[in-house]
Design a protein around this ligand. Structure first.
Ligand code: DC
Length: 218
């Protein structure tokens, strides 16, 4: 691993693109703290569901966003599929985004740097990141990966329902007015449709190492 002082990596992409696994692997490799920003939107959605509030109740959503504590995100409770779907609905509320983005930026300001992944990291949260990756895969490949995940955990699901679900989520994340999902103009695109996790990790590392070498004048 090349010597470095500080390294901020921004990773964006649609649901089930593999960006989460890639982000964790990169954070491990470069010894950086990692924030999955999707968990912050999931935490807001989870709180609304828990307290029986509708997902378009802006006042409650804003209050829940204010209370999100990055040190206490219960990954297990937040991982349910229904929570992800609900999160993409509360994520259209601008005041919710503003409050969560503030917390995410604070995380990104750690002295040694960090890895953040989400939908608007390279465009809005940390537009000055050292390296930006936009990770994609075709909807069919993402649906197949999700189905395999569910089956590996002993569950059952219907491929056509998963695919419809992924398309619906893409539409909402790409189509919203505030901070829609899109690659930053200076992001490196990584299409993992035909790649194993290992190959995607190698490709991502080559991009980060290339950016570091450039920064160090190599
Ligand atoms: O990455 P995920 O599936 O955990 O994200 C859940 C939802 O949260 C996603 O559909 C949209 C929203 N989200 C967002 O709007 N901005 C982010 N930076 C991360 C997630």
């Amino acid at each position: 691993m090349p010597a470095m002082t500080s390294l901020l990596i921004a990773i964006d992409g649609p649901a089930a693109s593999g960006k989460g696994t890639l982000s964790r692997r990169l954070a491990d490799y470069y010894h950086l703290p990692h924030l999955d920003t999707g968990l912050t939107y999931r935490a807001v959605a989870h709180e609304l569901i828990r307290s029986g509030q509708p997902l378009d109740d802006e006042a409650h959503a804003i209050e829940a966003a204010r209370r999100v504590d990055l040190a206490n995100l219960d990954k297990h409770a937040l991982s349910a599929h229904s929570v992800g779907e609900a999160a993409s609905r509360v994520a259209v509320i601008s005041d919710v985004r503003r409050l969560l983005v503030e917390k995410q930026r604070e995380f990104a300001r750690q002295p040694g740097g960090a890895v953040l992944d989400g939908r608007d990291i390279g465009t809005v949260v940390t537009p000055d990141a050292d390296v930006k990756l936009y990770v994609t895969a075709s909807p069919e490949v993402r649906a197949r990966r999700r189905l395999r995940d569910i089956e590996d955990r002993g569950g059952h699901a219907d491929m056509s329902e998963i695919l419809a679900d992924i398309r619906r989520r893409d539409e909402r994340d790409i189509g919203r007015a505030d901070s829609p999902l899109r690659p930053a103009s200076d992001a490196h695109l990584l299409d993992t449709s035909e790649m194993s996790i290992e190959a995607a990790f190698r490709a991502a590392r080559a991009i980060v190492d290339g950016a570091l070498a450039k920064r160090n004048g190599a």
